[in-house]
Design a protein around this ligand. Structure first.
Ligand code: GTP
Ligand code: MN
Ligand code: MN
Length: 388
């Protein structure tokens, strides 16, 4: 036996997509701290720094033991000098001064509160903070110009910051299934995002929709959105092309049918879920006393019979379905690492649409996630172990 009992020896591969990362792990007290620093770096738009902290945290999530001393970190990849310094301080003193002062700083707290509003990104939050805004209600109090998304974000702030449960996700699934089957029978609907990775709660519910008959999914999103809206299920929606389409030098661009790939950011109105998980669905045609008009915005009252839930809908042509499934399952770091692996180790370019092999100068087809991992020379990692 090489390692003694108090210094576990465990090899960890350096790319997150090469290793299994369960949802529950043994080093939460360290990963939460590192992720505060990652988040703070994101608020400062320092992407390199934020990714470095996220990678360090992710390595600790993959360990089958709790780190107790610096020796436990021997031979682990991705742990930069700064992360190690933070970890050392936490192991020795119980907390890190840098992490605690970040957590308590007015700027971090304001950025967290302001970016917590749907539609408010890091840029606008930062502008707001520099103008003296500290919390979502300051957005209204100071009469900030808000776009439609931000107005909805303020209006449904409390609901949207309350975690969505698995039960609520399943109730939303039933609605989406009904809607999709009314506008395009035979469609395939997959729950993606955090819930596919086995999370018990989420900040939203993500769906990917396709149809075996290539091409019939064209125009599905507007029909779907119309149906949902007519039935009173939508509090807000914005349909856009997938963001990948906009970046010219982004990852692999499939030769055609790119313009069919659509996504819809929405806010659903979900009737109260009963204990037995069967949703009691309400339609929005009659707001019988459950809402109250405040300052021109409709605010929900406590004890209301419905809640607002963020829902993401994506429609993909069948030929891209495996890539879309992989791309929308996450975690965000797992996705980023997959693309980095493809580019740096394989000379390939991976997106939610396709996989391009630069050496062979051709697109590699795949009908399942398993085939994509195989093309990439990676061991298949099931969704519940992609919680990097
Ligand atoms: P919670 O929603 O917080 O529970 O976690 P989540 O992992 O579901 O996060 P989220 O809903 O934000 O994202 C789900 C997946 O969709 C992640 O893998 C993201 O990388 C991916 N995703 C989010 N936005 C985009 C986008 O604009 N384009 C593509 N292709 N993928 C995206
Ligand atoms: Mn999600
Ligand atoms: Mn989402």
């Amino acid at each position: 036996l090489k390692s003694s009992e108090d210094t576990p020896s465990f090899t960890v591969k350096s790319y997150a997509c090469q290793r299994r990362t369960p949802l529950k792990h043994h080093n939460t007290f360290l990963t939460e701290a590192l992720e505060i620093l990652a988040e703070n770096a994101e608020f400062g738009e320092n992407e390199g720094r934020s990714v470095a902290f996220r990678r360090s945290a992710s390595v600790l999530k993959a360990l089958p033991y709790a780190v107790r001393q610096m020796d436990d970190l021997k031979n682990l990849p991705c742990l930069g000098e700064h992360s190690q310094r933070v970890i050392k301080e936490i192991l020795e003193d119980g907390s890190s001064r840098e992490v605690e002062s970040t957590r308590q700083s007015a700027q971090f707290q304001a950025m967290k509160a302001l970016t917590g509003v749907f539609g408010v990104g890091v840029r606008s939050a930062d502008r707001g903070f520099r103008e003296g805004l500290l919390c979502p209600s300051d957005l209204i109090r100071t009469g900030q110009k808000l776009n439609k998304a931000q107005q909805a974000g303020v209006q449904y702030y409390d609901d949207l910051n309350r975690p969505v449960t698995k039960q609520e996700a399943l109730a939303i699934s039933q609605i989406v299934e009904r809607a999709v089957n009314s506008v395009l029978p035979g469609s395939i609907i997959t729950l993606t995002g955090g819930f596919r990775r086995g999370k018990e709660v989420g900040h939203d519910v993500d769906f990917l929709i396709t149809h075996e008959e290539e091409g019939v999914e064209e125009g599905l999103m507007p029909k779907l959105v119309n149906w949902l809206d007519e039935q009173g299920f939508l509090l807000y929606q914005k349909t856009t092309r997938n963001s990948y389409l906009e970046s010219k030098d982004g990852p692999a661009r499939p030769p055609n049918n790119m313009d069919r790939f659509e996504r819809c950011f929405s806010i659903f109105k979900l009737g109260q879920c009963s204990e037995d998980s069967s949703a009691v669905l309400e339609t929005g045609s009659d707001d019988s006393g459950t809402t109250d008009n405040v300052n021109g915005t409709t605010r929900q009252q406590p004890g209301s019979s419905w809640r607002a839930v963020r829902v993401d809908l994506v429609v993909s042509p069948f030929s891209q379905f495996a890539f879309a499934t992989l791309g929308w399952t996450g975690s965000k770091l797992f996705e980023r690492e997959l693309r980095r692996w493809a580019g740096q180790e394989k000379g390939m370019s991976l997106s939610s649409h396709a996989l391009y092999d630069s050496k062979q100068q051709r697109y590699l087809r795949a009908n399942s996630e398993e085939e994509i991992f195989a093309h990439l020379g990676l061991e298949f990692i099931p969704p519940c172990e992609r919680n990097s």
